[in-house]
Design a protein around this ligand. Sequence first.
Ligand code: DAH
Length: 335
Amino acid sequence: MLSKLKTLETQVREELDRVASITDLEALQIRFLGRKGELTQCLRELSTIPPEERPLVGQEANRLKGILEGLFKQKKEVFLGKGKTVLTRYDWSLPGRKTFQGRKHPITQTMDKICDIFSRLNFEMVEGPEVELDYYNFEALNMPADHPARDMQDTFYISDTLLLRTQTSPLQVRVMEKNPPPLQVIAPGKVFRRDSDISHSPMFHQVEGFMVGEDISFGDLKGILTFFVHQMFGEDIPLRFRPSFFPFTEPSAEVDMGCVICRGSGCRLCSQTGWLEILGSGMIDPEVYRMVGYDPDQVTGFAFGMGVERIAMLRYGIDDIRMFFENDQRFLRQF
Ligand code: DAH
């Protein structure tokens, strides 16, 4: 019994050393000194030992109880900030814990860079709602209900008239209906589509841009987008404007740039074509001007829209879009 008490004392002292919070301390106290605690249990067992041993063991048990109560009281005061300084045992030789400096997400960095290039060209930045009216996302962009082009964008509908915007193009309409030309605007933001695989994510980012005024031509579109690609990827990157179709631009063009990996000779990334598609663009359709109350005979202009994830993937050589959204520190720390 005496040795049992001794072990108990050592155990309590060790555990007290490790205890890190007042809650833990209270739990520990209950475990040893509580009504069903280990020491209390020992005191109860006194009746089972030979009568001649009882006085000594009893004395010892009570002494230990006093000591432990003192220790718990002292420790509690330390936690409550009232105690005398007690020396905790530290291992000064342990290496410190490394902390990492936070930094911007690669998508934010890419978006900042895109916006920075256009702001140097005097484009003004605007933002719009992610929950958008069908009217701005489709209708006013020359895509009335049942227009087949709506099929290209797998839409999350909230109701018949409300949806998660599938593109940043609604900002063209929102800005033009409130402001007279001339305008030079970029609109970065989140967009949503029901699509998910290694190159599609249900939420991704776009940057929209447009320029309207007098006598703005396809040549201006080419000049500005060429400047942008050269700033983003390097002066030696070739560009190609390929005829395409978007309901809100006429004529429309998709812009390809020379493959950043193979430099034109053909590889897996560019499907052996030597070219990578990076954005959609075109001259704004007269129908859109009518929707915002501009006179299509007075105003001309161009618009473009690009996917930020795609540009970031090409910039950093990433082949799976989902990496951006998994929040894996090992991935994020590389940027
Ligand atoms: N909104 C189009 C899309 O998400 C991209 C786009 C194409 C934007 C042509 C434009 C444009 O402004 O002129 O697929």
